[in-house]
Every structure is written in C-alpha cells, then in structure tokens.
Design a binder for this molecule. Structure first.
Ligand SMILES: Nc1ncnc2c1ncn2[C@@H]1O[C@H](COP(=O)(O)OP(=O)(O)OP(=O)(O)O)[C@@H](O)[C@H]1O
Ligand SMILES: [Mg+2]
Length: 289
C-alpha cells in the first residue's frame, strides 16, 4: 500500500492567491509581482509574507494604519532595503541583488513620504535629475562639452518642459524648487520620478498636505499619467476619497501583514479592515449602532 501523506510532517508553503488584475491587463506581464516578500528589523517583522500582483496599467492602492509597513514595502521595492525573504519581479524580471539605481533603470520610480527635492536647484533642473538618471553617457563627453553633450542637453530641456506641462508648471521652470508651495513640490517630485521613464510609479502619500481641490486635481492627473504613459501606479495614501475613487485594486496592511485585498467596495465592507482602522471596540459599537 502506498505511504499515506503525513500532513503533520509536511512543510506547507502557501502559494499566493491568484492575482486579481484589471481585465485589460490579464494577458500581459504584470508590472509587479511580490512573492512571499518580507523583512525583519531586529526581530520585528515589519513586512511579513507580502504577496501582491499589479497589472501592467493598473492603479493600485496600499493602505493601512500608521506603522503598518507601507513605506517599508516601497523601500523593499526600490532596494533601499534588501528583503530578508521573498522575490520581487518587475515586468517579469527578478530584482534580487539589484541596487537602487539598477532597479530604477528596470522601471521602478518613487516619490517620498517626506519630500526630497534639491531645494536650491531650479524646478526644471530637478526634473532633469530624473532624466539624467537614465543616461549613461561618458564623463569625457560631459567634461569636454562635446556637441553630442549639448544635443542631449537640449533634448532633456525639451523633455523636462513637456513633463512640467502635465501639471501646468512650465512657468515655474526657473524658480528654486524650495520656494514652491507644498502641493507644487509634491507634484514636482512626481514629475522627477516620471522623468526616469518608469513602468511602475510608486507614490508615498502624494496628497499629504494638499487641500481638497489640489487633491481632486491630483487624482485626475494620476489617471491621466497612467493613461498617457501606460504604466502601473501603486500609491500609499491616507486620503480615502482619493484611494477609493481611483484605485482599481487595494491592498490593506496591518502590523506588516496583508489583511485584505480587493476592490474599493470589497475593502470598505471588509470587517478586518474596519477593525484595523477603528479598533475592535469601536467597530463593534459601530455595528451595534
Ligand atoms: N530601518 C528600520 N529599522 C527599524 N525599524 C524600522 C525601520 N524602518 C521601518 N521600521 C519599522 O517598521 C514598521 C513599519 O514602518 P513604516 O514606515 O513602513 O510604516 P508606514 O505604514 O509607512 O506608516 P505611516 O503611515 O506612519 O507612514 C514600524 O514599526 C517602523 O518603526
Ligand atoms: Mg509611511
């Protein structure tokens, strides 16, 4: 008689549940696949068994209470931290062992929760930093200021103006970035990231500090960027009106673990999510009321 399979001794490795991506992305390589991704900081599992697939042109949301691990996921995706566990595929390519700049060239660009611009540099030069990130011309060309260098500089200038026009910021091109109002600095960071020609754009709280009309405009622009550039966007955001109205898929983290994935409608009525946001007692009170 064949040996019975001993479930107690077997080491079960859960396979991520089938990805839910928008219909139009189903037969295409996903922009991002995270498989059993994790990182520990001195025993603290900041991100634990994180599985997520994002379609090639999907706008996805990553939400969760403060300290849930959202920014840490971005730091893993951009290789600020190397994961302790798991795999990250960008358009099907394994990013294991890649550096921050290598993974940027593979198509991952981000903005930061705390704005990181070159304050004293002009708005247009900040965008050009993004463009230069993709360039690998020789130092000699730059130092000797060869004609090829100037040709490329002109092309960068044109491209930077085109990018600024997305947010109607051409008139601000020569202002120091640090002199812009907060909302405009956030928009500039998005343009700088776009300048690196990403396939996946990661936005860490893009609406933080924006007023409601700026947030509404940003929402429209994120969709416009996705449509025009045909890229995927993953955004972390506490402004639920933004998340719920533009994200096609939402992933909810709590204490480093995914507690729910689904559409806005599914997430809004998910008990685990309500509990994570309101606390168990409040959630029960809400249900009684
Ligand atoms: N470099 C690090 N060393 C030690 N612990 C860290 C490090 N980076 C993050 N953590 C811890 O990991 C957890 C997740 O932090 P993270 O910044 O990812 O949260 P978050 O979901 O982005 O929160 P918020 O909404 O407040 O921005 C926190 O407990 C944080 O203290
Ligand atoms: Mg954060």
């Amino acid at each position: 008689m064949a040996n019975k399979f001993d479930f107690k001794k077997a080491k079960m490795v859960p396979v991520p549940s089938r990805a839910i991506v928008p219909e139009r992305d189903v037969d295409h390589t996903p922009a991002l696949e995270c498989i059993h991704l994790g990182i520990e900081f001195g025993g603290l599992k900041a991100v634990d068994d994180f599985n997520l697939t994002i379609g090639g042109t999907e706008i996805a949301g990553l939400i969760g209470p403060n300290g849930a691990g959202k920014t840490t996921v971005f730091n893993l995706l951009t290789k600020v931290y190397q994961p302790t566990h798991g795999t990250i595929l960008v358009h099907g390519q394994d990013t294991s062992g890649k550096s921050v700049s290598q993974v940027n060239r593979m198509g991952v660009a981000r903005t930061f929760q705390n704005i990181r611009l070159f304050d004293t540099m002009s708005v247009i030069d900040n965008v050009k930093v993004g463009l230069h990130n993709q360039e690998r011309y020789s130092t000699l060309e730059g130092v000797l200021r060869l004609p090829s260098y100037w040709k490329r500089e002109r092309e960068f200038d044109e491209r930077a103006h085109e990018l600024l026009s997305i947010f109607d910021m051409e008139k601000l091109a020569n202002e120091p970035a640090g002199s812009l109002p907060y909302g405009a600095q956030r928009r500039l960071e998005i343009l700088r990231a776009l300048g690196t020609n990403p396939k996946l754009l990661l936005l860490d709280e893009p609406a933080a500090g924006m007023n409601p009309s700026e947030t509404a405009e940003l929402m429209e622009n994120i969709v416009k960027i996705r449509d025009e550039f045909q890229i995927a966007v993953l955004l972390i955001e506490h402004d639920m009106s933004l998340v719920m109205s533009i994200c096609e898929g939402i992933c909810v983290l709590n204490f480093g673990k995914v507690i729910a994935k689904g559409t806005a409608e599914e997430i809004q009525s998910n008990e685990a999510v309500i509990e994570a946001y309101l606390g168990k007692q409040n959630a029960e009170k809400g249900a009684e009321a």
